[in-house]
Write a protein that binds this ligand. Structure first.
Ligand SMILES: [Zn+2]
Length: 270
């Protein structure tokens, strides 16, 4: 099967790719076409820690064509209970390079772009250039609000994930269609620098983020649109809460937003 993009680029799958991804291609709603959509997608993972480790492992394994990893931290001993892409031998290394060293062995056919930078208001638009989808794997609200503003301005979908202890949350943001993070969260919330996390909690949320991401790119199933899924690992409860867009939201309420991103995503969810 071949798919021709808007740029006139023809994409198809190699024999090796058909073998490698056979078990997901077998899904009736996925098929070779779904795999080609993953191959031509560019996903940015913001944060390569507790959430970003499993997110990048599963996205690389699934065959996302281009993965950009952004993180300004270096690996510390206290990361190792949950940040499974980083090992004892990586302590002191920049996380994005520690991550890419493992990911290229998981899947050598995809392109990896490690960026050792802090996400700021100055670099956000440049970082998001050409990206189809963002996965929020950050550990603080301050940077999340910067990321949120960037994806809303550029019309790029984002899968938000957050964790604390045995608690986790996830929602899918499609600018112009769903509430953005500014609609959902109060500004001024001060993050505690060190908060408790059981390693399995980001594992659960991260794998749900990847499931949302793949459904969004391929275009099947139901997404967490206007809904936050809250996971309580201690009580083993999963609940969803509806959220509405705020008309006066100072980020997404100003004007109609076009999804300028990947034509696959815009055709699926516009
Ligand atoms: Zn908003």
């Amino acid at each position: 099967m071949k798919i021709t993009t808007n740029n006139g680029i023809s994409l198809s799958l190699t024999e090796d790719e058909l073998k490698r991804y056979n078990r997901q291609i077998l899904l009736p709603s996925f098929g070779e076409e779904g795999q080609i959509k993953l191959k031509r997608s560019h996903v940015l993972i913001a944060g390569v820690g507790g959430l970003g480790s499993p997110v990048s492992i599963y996205l690389a394994s699934a065959g996302i064509g281009r993965l950009t990893l952004v993180d300004s931290d270096r690996v510390e001993l206290s990361n190792l209970n949950r940040q499974i892409l980083h090992w004892e031998t990586n302590i002191g290394e920049r996380k994005v390079f520690s991550a890419c060293d493992k990911l290229k062995n998981i899947n050598s056919t995809i392109k990896l772009f490690p960026i050792h930078e802090k996400i700021t208001e100055k670099n956000i638009v440049k970082l998001l250039d050409g990206v189809d989808l963002v996965i929020d794997c950050l550990d603080n609200m301050e940077t999340r609000f910067i990321l949120n503003e960037g994806v809303v301005i550029l019309g790029i979908p984002m899968i938000h994930g957050g964790i604390h202890g045995l608690l986790g949350e996830i929602t899918t943001i499609i600018p112009g269609l769903t509430p953005c993070l500014e609609c959902i969260f109060q500004r001024g919330y001060k993050d505690k620098e060190t908060f408790p996390v059981l390693g399995a909690t980001p594992g659960v949320i991260a794998t749900l983020q990847v499931m949302e991401a793949i459904k969004l790119i391929v275009g099947f199933g139901k997404l967490l649109i206007g809904k936050m899924l809250y996971v309580n690992g201690e009580e083993m409860e999963f609940i969803t809460v509806d959220y509405q867009r705020k008309k006066d939201c100072k980020v997404c309420g100003k004007k109609d937003i076009d999804i300028k991103s990947n034509d696959i995503i815009s055709s699926n969810y516009k």
